[in-house]
Write a protein that binds this ligand. Structure first.
Ligand SMILES: Cc1cc2nc3c(=O)[nH]c(=O)nc-3n(C[C@H](O)[C@H](O)[C@H](O)COP(=O)(O)OP(=O)(O)OC[C@H]3O[C@@H](n4cnc5c(N)ncnc54)[C@H](O)[C@@H]3O)c2cc1C
Length: 292
């Protein structure tokens, strides 16, 4: 089925794009890699009056290291993340997460900004950015905003972005010393959206105990979920796999999985526990590999 006809705009600058979105309002949709928007258009699940193509906005392709943070432009493609191109190599969790997205054709076109703005609850990058404590940078007619990832993902396919705003970049704190990371995903076939995926970051102190732990889940509710109780309980422990399993088993997993054609809520809850333990254990092993 062809898409409903729409006006096509390809602004040359971010200022022009933002001003266009300001004047078109809810009638317009930004287009990045098109890997989610084009299927929605051709299925007529969205019917914008105008599409604002972002491909000429080179300023959204930049990747910058600034002290202890990495700023990744919205138009950076999944494939660049997967390959760890340039300074992206400093953020190995993104590399591992991006490698699990779809297939190489999708990764060659899809962008980090598109994935975060689309906010699919089973997508890898929103949960990875939650686990990394990222901040989403947006620009609208009224100015720029920096939105912590925990506030950005507001509900199923819903974010804090206003219709006149563009996601411009994501800012990520760089891993400190003795920090390990891991992604553990379960999907029916390689490249499918996750049924459940766990994204873990563990930092150890000089004595090998947990100084900080973060874990986020995809596929366990309308937005990516952090497991705050598990994270807090791990601090100060020597994180053997057995100890991690004990902590996870005795803490409520703050998730609301739904049943659907892919899996029941109970099965997703089971997977969440198993994958959380595996991801935390592998992240802790990675952190130990850095030595004291
Ligand atoms: C076969 C197939 C398999 C896939 N498998 C997976 C998978 O396993 N895991 C996964 O996570 N994803 C998967 N995807 C989706 C893919 O990752 C998309 O690339 C991603 O969801 C959207 O990125 P995009 O750049 O293509 O955005 P687009 O499709 O261009 O846009 C997506 C949405 O975000 C908005 N948008 C885009 N950029 C911006 C911006 N800068 N500011 C504001 N709004 C913006 C658009 O208006 C639209 O609403 C798959 C897609 C396909 C076709």
């Amino acid at each position: 089925m062809p898409a409903v006809p729409f006006d096509y705009h390809a602004p040359a600058t971010l200022a022009e794009a933002v001003s266009l979105l300001g004047s078109l309002g809810e009638d317009a949709k930004p287009l990045a890699g098109g890997q989610s928007l084009l299927p929605l258009l051709t299925l007529r699940l969205v019917r914008p009056r105008a599409v604002v193509d972002l491909h000429r906005l080179d300023e959204l392709r930049a990747v910058r290291r600034d002290g202890g943070t990495l700023e990744v432009g919205a138009l950076v493609r999944h494939r660049a993340l997967e390959r760890g191109e340039g300074p992206l190599v400093l953020c190995p969790l993104l590399q591992e997460a991006a490698a699990l997205i779809g297939n190489v054709r999708v990764r060659a076109l899809g962008t980090i900004g598109g994935s975060l703005a689309h906010a699919d609850p089973a997508a890898e990058l929103p949960a990875a950015v939650r686990a990394l404590d990222g901040t989403i940078l947006v620009q609208g007619a009224a100015g720029a905003r920096a939105i912590p990832a925990e506030e950005f993902f507001a509900g199923l396919l819903t974010t804090a972005l206003r219709p006149d705003e563009l996601l411009t970049a994501v800012r990520l704190p760089l891993p400190g010393p003795r920090t390990g990371h891991a992604v553990e995903e379960f999907s029916r076939r390689a490249g499918d959206f996750a049924i459940v995926a766990a994204f873990a970051v563990v930092q150890l102190d000089a004595a090998g105990r947990v100084a900080a732990a973060r874990v986020a889940l995809a596929g366990c509710g309308p937005t990516p979920r952090r497991l705050d109780a598990v994270e807090r309980a791990l601090v100060g422990l020597a994180p053997s796999e057995e100890e991690i399993r004990r902590v996870v088993a005795h803490r409520p997993l703050e998730i609301e999985p739904d049943s659907d054609v892919h899996a029941s809520a109970a099965y997703r809850r089971h997977l969440a526990g198993v994958l959380t333990v595996r991801a935390l254990a592998r992240a802790a092993a990675g952190a130990r590999a850095f030595g004291p």
